[in-house]
Design a protein around this ligand. Structure first.
Ligand code: ADP
Ligand code: MG
Length: 567
């Protein structure tokens, strides 16, 4: 292995040379506390910055094993270190200068959710630590300014590392607090299963966010307060006793006037599949981690999905046992979303009336009398929601502001009033008795078939030179194919979309086979991420510096929306 001194000499030798001479310093170098890897050097100072990694041995980093002895705790520690290192790097980014991106230092930025990311990986066996980051190698015009890079690599980085990645230099009480919060959150997740709950929302939680463009907690928000009848008290291993609302498995309806906080509660449940950082306000809002938001998604792609549970006898005898379209309607898209959610193993569906197709959700008595059942291809969700729970064990939480139809089928009815929930189940049931329920006789519940096997076509098949691009949280592009992901509202970070782009490309290249189902493919991809980490999704693992792990549900959803996969 080269020494740091050799790197310094090499860098001084190429000072003032033309930019590509930087390529000669690619390689690994031994620094005092870590090995610095220069993995890819940018082509010019305006191009994407160079890829660099730091490798620290476990005994140097020195984190005690109990801080990362479970996967969630390891992810929480990685998240903490990323945030801490990010703050240190931020102080020195741009301090060394030049043209274009010279001197800028980039590390993944974490939001409110605690996600597994490729920028910081701890080896669970020995505590070895890998950090992946990007540095704009400095130049003046196109001529190398290596003393500035020396400043970054020899002055700035060692200080940042020692202030954020060496256990002995970190405040132990903060590390222990991260561990404790994670253990408490995981404890609640376990308790949900034991107590047959779909979600838990602690008293005092702050659900609303600052604005449509900020996920920070809203200041001066009305704190969450559980209705008496739904109170659940848990004894967390660290925090001790905590009381909040337990949403039981089954069918839960959230009703209430406009602007009283219904969607805010549902959104908090959507994001409760992830653990949140301390101070977020939703630290103790925990939802079954398989929960899947369902919504209408006009114009999405559907390939050979069995939506006959909801839609049959379409005009023109279009097949719905194996339904395909390049341009779905509101109701067919939502039907496909349900079926694909089932295929992904979701145990809880989250639905907001505002973003649903009305004809998919309900069908009122009057309409049923005028248009005979046999002339209506749609069996609305309301006619299936009970069987979904009783036959398939899938619960639903539904926000309904304008239709009372679901009162008949709900097990629990919550009214949001001035942001506070009230249990109005009794009242709603009593009143509903005087209104006719939708009759659904003669309906049989047949599980859709999940034997769908995707094969790649077009752009995805020829992937020797794959170009990937992520457009915010809206979509990913693989070569010339765009996969629209904007309606997957539980994606919390653009890096998860990068992760999906890699999963799709890697999956298409290595795991697609004739006769292999989507479920088997996703199982293989998840197992690989578990065993070898996110960065293993590429042949050049040190280059994958900015991936976050998406959930199983979003991996399914991404594959299902890719127009270059035919099932
Ligand atoms: P609904 O879906 O019932 O129409 P929303 O959930 O969209 O209502 O909430 C309406 C507004 O109230 C939003 O701007 C939201 O940020 C705000 N809000 C929601 N919950 C709270 C709360 N607990 N405290 C303060 N403001 C809140
Ligand atoms: Mg709303």
């Amino acid at each position: 292995m080269n020494t740091a001194q050799q790197l310094k000499t090499a860098l001084l030798n190429i000072n003032h040379k033309s930019y590509p001479a930087y390529k000669s310093v690619a390689g690994n170098y031994r620094f005092e506390e870590y090995v610095l890897g220069i993995d890819h050097v940018q082509g010019d100072p305006f191009a994407s910055p160079s890829k660099v990694h730091l490798a620290l041995e476990g005994k140097v980093a020195g984190f005690p094993g109990h801080l990362f002895d479970t996967t969630p705790k390891r992810i929480a520690l990685q998240d903490y270190l990323t945030r801490r290192l990010g703050r240190e790097l931020h102080k020195v980014s741009g301090k060394a200068g030049g043209s274009g991106k010279s001197g800028l230092i980039f590390l993944s930025q974490c939001g409110q959710e605690i996600l597994e990311r490729s920028c910081c990986e701890i080896n669970p066996e020995n505590g070895d630590l890998i950090i992946r980051l990007e540095i704009g190698f400095p130049a003046n015009g196109r001529s190398i300014n290596s003393p500035e890079l020396i400043k970054i690599l020899f002055d700035f980085l060692p200080v940042c590392v020692s202030r954020s990645l060496l256990c002995r230099r970190l405040p132990m009480e903060e590390l222990l607090a991260v561990e404790a919060l994670c253990e408490d959150q995981q404890f609640i997740r376990q308790e949900l299963k034991r107590l047959s709950l779909s979600a838990f929302v602690a008293n005092g939680a702050v659900l609303p966010r600052m604005s449509g463009i900020s996920q920070l907690p809203l200041k001066h928000a009305v704190a969450f307060e559980c209705p008496h009848s739904m109170e659940v008290t848990l004894t967390l291993p660290h925090r001790g006793s905590i009381t909040g609302m337990g949403i039981p498995n089954g069918i839960t309806l959230i009703v209430g006037g406009g602007f009283h906080g219904k969607s805010t509660l549902l959104n908090a449940l959507e994001m409760g599949v992830y653990n949140h950082i301390a101070g977020d306000g939703r630290e103790y809002v925990i939802t079954d981690e398989s929960a899947f938001k369902l919504r209408a998604e006009d114009s999405r792609y559907i390939s050979n999905t069995d939506i006959s549970l909801f839609i049959r006898n379409l005009p023109g005898k279009k097949d719905t046992v194996s339904f395909s379209t390049q341009d779905a309607s509101g109701s067919t898209s939502q039907a496909a979303n349900v079926v694909e959610g089932m295929e992904s193993g979701a145990r809880l569906f989250l639905i907001d009336e505002d973003t649903s197709a009305t004809n998919f959700m309900i069908r009122d008595q009057l309409m049923q009398s005028v248009i005979a059942d046999k002339e209506e291809p749609i069996t609305p969700f309301i006619s299936r929601v009970q069987a979904l729970y009783e036959e398939s064990g899938i619960s639903s939480v539904i926000v309904a502001g304008s239709s009372g139809a679901y009162f008949h089928v709900a097990d629990t009815v919550i009214q949001m009033k001035d942001y506070i929930p009230y249990d109005i189940t009794e009242k709603a049931k009593t009143v509903a008795r005087d209104f006719p329920a939708l009759h659904t006789e003669g309906l049989t519940y047949e599980l859709p078939t999940f034997q769908r096997c995707p094969l790649a076509s077009g752009n995805l098949r020829d992937n020797d030179r794959t170009k990937m691009k992520v457009l915010g949280k809206d979509s990913i592009q693989i070569n010339r194919t765009t996969v629209d992901l904007r309606y997957l509202e539980q994606l919390s970070d653009t890096e998860q979309l990068s992760g999906l782009a890699y999963l799709l490309t890697y999956g298409a290249k290595h795991y697609l086979r004739k006769g292999r189902t989507l479920t088997e493919i996703v199982d293989l991809l998840e197992r690989q991420m578990e065993q070898k980490g996110l960065a293993s999704l590429t042949d050049a693992p040190y280059l994958a510096s900015n991936l976050a792990r998406p959930r199983r549900q979003e991996i399914f959803a991404c594959f299902n929306r890719c127009r270059d996969l035919v099932f």
